[in-house]
Design a protein around this ligand. Structure first.
Ligand code: 5GP
Length: 141
């Protein structure tokens, strides 16, 4: 399992406890938003995997897929490393703002076009610890 930091940590912790097979865990870090709710359209890797994924089965775990830019960048990056298989699981799918095609193999919920926080998801590093996912009204005010 490859978790995409930071937002997926809580979902991944719950997900792994429901898997019946033993898996290894690694993380990748990306930034695209900074302290705003609008994607800059630019994706940057802030933390890379510790081990090679060549020839191994990879499940990429995302918190939320919005424009799809982060996911596409990560999939392109991981595919180049020649894993045996590569699948994607996202807790939340927000298709309204999709800019590039993104095929999710597994997802939890499709949500409308709102900025959500909690259960690992933040706004400017706040709200990650909420035990639920909620819509942030008037972000920035
Ligand atoms: P994308 O590249 O698909 O536009 O965005 C992916 C990343 O943007 C997610 O992994 C997440 O970090 C952030 N993101 C997108 N939508 C939301 C949202 O509604 N709430 C929060 N907290 N982050 C979001």
């Amino acid at each position: 399992m490859v978790g995409v930091l930071k937002g997926s940590f809580m979902f991944m912790a719950d997900l792994i406890r429901h898997l019946e097979c033993d898996v290894e865990v690694d993380f990748m870090g990306t930034v695209s938003y900074g302290a705003s709710t609008e994607s800059s359209g630019e994706v940057r890797i802030t933390k890379d995997l510790e081990r090679s994924v060549a020839g191994r089965h990879v499940l990429l775990v995302e918190d939320i897929v919005d424009t799809g830019l982060t996911l596409r960048y990560l999939l392109d990056t991981l595919r180049n490393r020649q894993p045996a298989s590569l699948k994607v699981c996202a807790l939340l799918d927000k298709p309204a703002r999709r800019r590039v095609r993104a095929n999710l193999d597994y997802y939890g919920f499709i949500i409308p076009n709102a900025f959500v926080v909690g259960y690992g998801l933040d706004y400017a590093e706040k709200y990650r610890g909420l035990n639920y996912v909620g819509v942030l009204e008037n972000p920035g005010s």
